[in-house]
Design a binder for this molecule. Structure first.
Ligand code: GLY
Ligand code: MN
Ligand code: MN
Length: 430
């Protein structure tokens, strides 16, 4: 493991919270993700299924978790199934988890080999009235064109046990996962701290005519050297007008003197993420116009992030953030105040320069699970990321921090990442 082992108390607590929300006499089956293949025998890599990880901490492929809190036999209440290793796997891939290690990580006493899953389930399935199954319920349905391990489990269960009641495990985890425990916040703070060091490294390396991917390499170096496990998402290193493409990530352009760079990146440490955006001038000095736009976005971030506090409904926050950006767009001469006053509220004019939402939950997923109809609560962590994009001026500016909601308001987990114009210029000239 590249990260320090997480105390198993976190996963035990998560399972207790999960099972407390299950209907009476049901069991839940959670599966790991697949190892994704490229071509031939090459693999893209492995990212654990986050609901499974949340409930047991096992970061290995071919893992299944069953929880059945009302099972008659105590040993059937929690069972973990892991891949059995053999000499071949040892020779080619190295060590896999032993049953003892799996118990130590998860706090689950009973660990079986995954090839015994069907047999073990058969012995307890008819005792239960219903089965909870995992599914990727993300609003963007990103896995719609691929069959996941979860899809296969749903199909298999429904064929094998057609008369059980079926329930959505994701409905429970989307209630639980948005509110982070102290241990989770600690892991997210570690991800944020690695991000801060990465950003400072990029600032030091930046100079006119450097390639965007050379700056991406600075991020990668620090990420791996810090023991962070991977990028939270493919980093965006967008100079000049490239910054106006919101998810630009080819990072293959030359950074020209006079342009500003938008750097949106995240660190995934122990499966917990940070997500930050900073902008800085290629030559170390913001132009007058870049300063104006940057100051407007920074003002929106400072004012808008104050709205991230308990009781606020995300849609109300987003509407207030849009007002803040709209006011700045008028000040910058990009929108006309009279036209704004008379605009069609269904098609607000600010959308020409500011076209995305500015707060998402973050945690095990960068765009973490959670309903946006739910009011903010202490323990939630959200980004705040206003932006202004002016392709005709070759300027795209977004600034993004991660905020932990507290009883009193919020704490910026990424506050150590330089953001004031003077601080960025001073670091770039040092
Ligand atoms: N980079 C994606 C986001 O900021 O949400
Ligand atoms: Mn981001
Ligand atoms: Mn974000």
């Amino acid at each position: 493991m590249r990260y320090n082992q997480i105390p198993k108390s976190l996963f035990i607590k998560n399972r207790n919270n999960f099972t407390a929300k299950m209907r009476s006499n049901t069991l839940a089956i959670l599966t790991s993700n697949d190892v994704k293949h490229n071509n031939a025998d090459d693999v893209m890599g492995f990212t654990q299924n986050n609901d499974l990880f949340y409930l047991c901490g096992i970061d290995q492929e071919e893992t299944i978790l069953i929880v059945y809190p009302e099972a008659n036999r105590k040993e059937n209440r929690e069972i973990l199934f892991i891949k059995e290793t053999n000499e071949q796997i040892k020779i080619w891939d190295g060590e896999k988890l032993t049953k003892e290690q799996a118990t130590d990580i998860s706090g689950i006493a009973r660990v079986e080999w995954i090839h015994d899953f069907e047999k073990v389930l058969q012995l307890m399935a008819f005792e239960a009235d219903g089965i909870y199954l995992g599914h990727n319920e993300h609003i963007k349905r990103v896995t719609f064109n691929q069959q996941t391990q979860q899809d296969r489990m749903i199909n298999w269960c429904k064929e094998k046990y057609p008369l059980h009641d079926y329930h959505r495990a994701a409905k429970i985890t989307r209630d639980l996962r948005p509110v982070k425990s102290e241990e989770e916040v600690g892991l997210m703070q570690q991800a944020a701290d690695i991000s801060v060091a990465s950003f400072k490294r990029v600032l030091k390396a930046c100079q006119p005519d450097i390639k965007e991917f050379q700056l991406e390499a600075e991020l990668a170096y620090n990420l791996i050297a810090s023991g962070g496990t991977r990028h939270a998402f493919k980093p965006i290193v967008a100079s000049g007008k490239n910054a106006c493409a919101l998810h630009y990530n080819t990072n293959d352009d030359i950074c020209k003197s006079g342009d500003m760079i938008l750097l949106d990146f995240g660190v995934c440490y122990a499966n917990y993420n940070s997500d930050t955006t900073r902008c800085f001038p290629v030559n170390g000095k913001f132009s007058k116009r870049q300063k104006e736009v940057y100051s407007s976005v920074l003002h929106c971030l400072k004012e808008g992030s104050k709205l991230l506090k308990p009781g606020v409904i995300p849609s109300v926050y987003e509407a207030q953030m849009a007002k803040l950006v709209e006011t700045e767009l008028i000040k910058l001469g990009l929108l006309d105040a009279t036209a704004v006053a008379n605009q069609n509220p269904e098609k607000p004019l600010y959308k020409k320069y500011f076209m995305h939402g500015t707060a998402h939950h973050i945690g095990l997923d960068v765009h973490d699970v959670g309903l946006y109809t739910r009011a903010l609560e202490p323990g939630m962590v959200l980004t705040c990321e206003p932006g202004i994009y002016i392709p005709e001026e070759g300027i795209g500016c977004r600034l993004e921090n991660d905020y932990l909601i507290t009883k009193e308001g919020n704490i910026n987990l990424t506050r150590a990442m330089p953001i004031e114009i003077d601080d960025i210029e001073a670091l770039m000239s040092s």
